[in-house]
Design a protein around this ligand. Structure first.
Ligand SMILES: Cc1cc2nc3c(=O)[nH]c(=O)nc-3n(C[C@H](O)[C@H](O)[C@H](O)COP(=O)(O)OP(=O)(O)OC[C@H]3O[C@@H](n4cnc5c(N)ncnc54)[C@H](O)[C@@H]3O)c2cc1C
Length: 386
């Protein structure tokens, strides 16, 4: 093998690029990213809604956001590339007492961990933020002003360009086909562009993570699940400066996108699998839920050809699986973001770089996120999944 690398990262999406950046930032320069496509972003990263929020229910997810969102606010300066962070907020609207109880428990946890920008809102505040909303059934909610959106493709590119300026390499059209092991653990990788000797491999293969893990003999509980998004045509009735609005009664959520809105809804009938085509019947479903909360949507135009589908990478407890894989020394996992891989990519990069280079990371209790938690019955369920 002529080629050697200190670390090989499998997958050139937002997560792989953040890990590469955090590694070079910590002084590890011989980093090689493998991407099987002819260009980056063709996986989940290029399909994402780009929402970033700290309004989660579990400590570990809140902590990951408390690293990632301030990181995004400095991104353009640090990377010398725009990340498109727009702190326009996330507004959760409750219609039932159980929603309020849930938001209250989350709010207290968020405040305890240092989130100072989340506050309670009433109907009046919600109407001020988005006057077109139907609010008669809303009994309260929360709003966090530092939540908002980024441009996932631009973030991925920014991470990558900055990492590559300091020596990281990217092989495009390079599919990982095998993982070589010896008595010390990982010994190298086989790819469609040749073999590489390395002692460290990071699985950042998004929805395909389980297939990559299998090459190292690891069973990874990460399943692809289709999610569909519907953009409207330009729609001046609703301000472009408004927040992501989450209707807790139906799960419908929307945010400004370009000159229109981007509409989303989690269809409970969706089954795991690698389906990435857009289903036209989804438009009626999302518009039906949407028009209940935002009646003027009935006047919005939608071009089905502009709608799209992508894959979430789901784990059984909706938390990522991060850190060393048990039993295969040198094989690291950065998988299963369950809909949060864009917002948590900065924290993931930091955690993986620290675990690889130092063996520990104090950003979160990394043991909570290891693969062993499933076998040991230590799942940590996140219910604030959109
Ligand atoms: C519709 C939709 C909306 C979303 N909205 C949000 C949101 O609002 N906020 C948020 O935070 N997250 C959101 N997500 C989730 C987010 O997009 C993902 O969690 C994130 O992009 C995962 O990034 P990744 O780099 O791990 O994976 P990917 O972007 O999928 O990258 C993995 C890469 O690995 C490559 N690869 C796979 N196998 C191999 C191999 N054998 N060899 C070489 N390369 C390989 C693939 O080609 C791919 O480029 C959304 C996802 C979807 C689909």
């Amino acid at each position: 093998m002529n080629q050697t690398a200190d670390v090989v990262i499998v997958g050139g999406g937002i997560v792989g690029c953040s890990i590469a950046w955090h590694l070079v930032e910590s002084g590890c320069r011989n980093v090689l990213v493998l991407e099987r496509e002819s260009h980056q972003g063709k996986g989940s990263t290029g399909k994402s809604m780009g929402g970033v929020r700290a309004q989660f229910s579990t400590e570990v997810n809140i902590r990951m956001s408390l690293y990632s969102i301030p990181f995004y606010s400095r991104f353009d300066e640090v990377m010398e590339h725009p990340g498109g962070y727009r702190p326009q907020g996330y507004m959760f609207l409750a219609t039932q007492p159980k929603h309020i109880d849930y938001l209250r428990a989350n709010f207290e946890r968020q405040q305890k961990l240092g989130l100072t920008t989340v506050k309670w809102i009433d109907r009046h505040d919600a109407a001020n933020a988005v006057p077109q909303l139907y609010l008669d059934d809303v009994i309260g909610g929360t709003f966090c002003s530092t939540d908002g959106f980024v441009d996932p493709y631009s973030v991925m590119t920014g991470f990558w360009l900055s990492a590559s300026r300091r020596g990281a390499q990217l092989w495009r059209e390079a599919e990982l086909t095998g993982i070589l092991r010896d008595s010390a653990g990982i010994a190298g990788v086989q790819t469609t562009r040749g073999d590489v000797a390395t002692r460290v491999v990071v699985n950042a293969a998004g929805p395909w993570a389980a297939q990559v893990a299998k090459l190292a003999g690891i069973d990874l509980p990460v399943e692809p699940l289709r999610r569909m998004l519907v953009p409207t045509e330009p729609f001046p009735k609703v301000s472009q400066h408004g927040p992501m609005v989450v209707d807790m009664s139906s799960g419908f959520h929307f945010r400004p996108e370009g000159l229109g809105l981007l509409l989303a809804w989690n269809d409970p009938e969706e089954k795991p699998g690698f389906k990435t085509y857009f289903e036209h019947s989804f438009i009626e479903k999302v518009l039906t839920h949407g028009a209940r909360r935002l009646p003027c949507l009935e006047e919005a135009e939608v071009n089905p050809k502009r709608a799209w589908a992508g894959l979430y990478e789901m784990t059984p407890d909706h938390h990522p699986i991060l850190g060393p894989a048990p039993g295969v020394s040198g094989f690291f996992l950065a998988n299963g973001f369950s809909g949060h891989g864009v917002m948590h990519s900065p924290a993931t990069g930091k955690i993986l770089a620290d675990l690889i280079l130092k063996g520990s990371c104090d950003l979160v209790d990394t043991k909570l996120l290891n693969l062993e938690r499933f076998a040991e019955g230590r799942e940590i369920h996140e219910t604030a999944v959109l």
